[in-house]
Design a protein around this ligand. Structure first.
Ligand code: FDA
Length: 467
């Protein structure tokens, strides 16, 4: 068992943990990053499957994601735009593929008016929400007590309008059934991207990708840290000195499978649903014990289908496709930069994903490709490479895309999520305000945890010269 001593031990080598470690190193502190997996990146994972480069986890960058855009530029990475020329496809309740351009689905005039009116109402509510403090809104408790589905159904009895409005934060973002999270959680999701309209604008939210894959962000951040990143080191126990405050820092000892790190501060840079996997000695306070039980991961299958050519482009299709009635509720042209082959990416969310995993792999593939063929035609059924990213089976993630509160949890506990506990600080996309559940939020939270430590250390140094 190796034993080392550092100023800060960081648990988790995702975008959040690696950002925090780099910030602390720049400020002159020594760090050790302990990562459970045998790779860095966490939910960012660019891999080659059967000869095709696939983004198994996060990939898109939107224009509001300043922290991610800055990091991408700082690391010297290039971006490219998602292919979006041509018409999009919408499959309505009639089961027919309708082509359209612009943001509004081709629905009846009445449904279109209803969607527009409710979107306007939502944008006005979102504008009142501070994504860093949604719990501080005067109606937070009220909005957190009603499910997203119930609120939408109280606005209109137009089922097609409800389904289309619901899926922007439901299947497409929080990836949970819309009765299982609150209106406030939905407003936070929208506020974190600037507005509800932004969320439903695929050209905005799924704007750019990184040439060569987004996992290069954590890979290059880890490269800068050199030998201070330790792979295959799941932290099992975190001993901490409960008598110390976050300001003074104090003894923390992280015990992983092959090593022990003693430090003054710890940053937990992992999905909050995984905190209880660590034995805290002494146990975390009551509030954390309770709060962490009200967070859970959403679940979505990310499906990759690679074809000899992007055949849909020849049909005048952009590849962008939506339907709240389809197994794959959204799908896009996800061809790699400079690649002659065409790649489609589709998503199957929450209960539909559960149902599919009750089938055999062959049946599942058949059902998913059938759904894609409803958007793009028969050719979609014959990819040369097919792969399903299943983050639900990943021990060190346990779902996708991220964690969110159950109904009532955000108003009740949200304000305590980022609050340090003694020398323990928290950083993850799942506790972010702007960039919530996205890489941008992970980077922001990494910076935030690092600056908390740096600020408290400089305050301590001022009050205790020589400390
Ligand atoms: P992350 O989970 O990445 O990192 C935590 C790390 O901690 C992991 O490496 C884990 O192994 C490690 N760990 C856990 N327990 C440990 C322990 N006990 N000891 C040591 N290490 C431990 N975002 C976006 O901006 N654009 C997008 O297009 C998408 N799309 C998308 C698709 C899919 C399929 C997924 C799964 C996710 C996305 N996302 C996304 C979300 C984005 O990927 C995610 O928000 C961030 O990568 C999370 O980064 P963090 O560092 O916060 O956590």
């Amino acid at each position: 068992m190796t034993e080392i001593t550092r100023d800060v031990v960081i648990v988790g080598a995702g975008a959040a943990g690696l950002t925090a470690a780099n910030e602390l190193r720049k400020a002159g502190l020594s760090v050790a990053v302990l990562e459970a997996r045998d790779r860095v990146g966490g939910r960012l994972w660019t891999d080659v499957i059967d000869g095709a480069m696939l983004e198994l986890g996060g990939q898109w960058v939107s224009p509001d994601q300043d922290a991610l855009i800055e990091t991408v530029a700082d690391l010297g990475l290039e971006t490219f735009s998602r292919y979006r020329e041509g018409e999009s496809v919408y499959v309505g309740p009639d089961g027919v593929a309708h082509r359209f351009t612009g943001e509004m689905f081709p629905v009846s005039a009445d449904t279109e008016r209803t969607i527009a009116e409710i979107t306007e109402r939502l944008d006005a509510m979102v504008a009142e929400i501070d994504p860093d403090r949604p719990w501080a809104h005067e109606k937070a408790a009220e909005w957190d007590a009603v499910s997203w589905d119930a609120w939408l159904r109280a606005q209109t009895d137009d089922d097609e309008a409800v389904r289309n409005l619901a899926f922007a934060t439901g299947s497409a973002m929080l990836t949970k059934p819309t009765h299982s999270f609150s209106l406030l959680a939905s407003l936070l999701m929208a506020a974190s991207a600037g507005s509800y309209s932004h969320l439903v604008d695929a050209d905005f939210i799924l704007d750019k990708r990184v040439v060569g894959g987004l996992q290069q962000v954590p890979l290059l951040l880890a490269e800068r840290l050199g030998d201070d990143v330790f792979l295959g080191q799941p932290v099992r126990t975190l001993e901490w000195d409960a008598s110390t405050s976050s300001a003074t820092g104090g003894g923390v000892t992280a015990v992983a499978d092959g090593m022990t790190v003693r430090a003054r501060h710890a940053i937990l840079a992992l999905a909050p649903v995984l905190y209880p996997r660590i034995s805290f000695v002494p146990p975390l306070p009551r509030l954390q014990h309770q709060m962490h039980q009200h967070l859970s991961m959403g679940f979505v299958i990310k499906v990759h289908a690679v074809y000899e050519t992007p055949f849909w482009r020849d049909k005048g299709l952009s590849g962008t496709a939506f339907s709240p009635y389809e197994l794959s509720h959204e799908a896009y042209d996800n061809s790699n930069h400079g690649d002659e082959r065409g790649t489609l990416v589709g998503f199957v969310s929450d209960r539909t994903a559960d149902d599919l995993f009750r089938l055999s792999a062959e049946e599942r593939k058949e059902r998913i490709l059938e759904s894609l063929s409803h958007y793009y035609g028969e050719e979609a059924k014959s990819p040369v490479v097919y792969y399903e990213s299943d983050w639900g089976t990943e021990e060190w993630t346990r779902g996708a895309y991220a964690a969110s509160f159950d109904i009532g949890g955000l108003a009740r506990y949200g304000e305590y999520l980022r609050e340090p506990v003694g020398p323990i600080h928290f950083a993850c996309s799942d506790i972010a305000g702007p960039g919530y559940q996205h890489v941008d939020g992970a980077i922001r939270m990494g910076r935030h945890a690092a600056s908390e430590i740096l600020t408290t250390r400089s305050e301590t140094a001022e009050s205790e010269p020589g400390a």
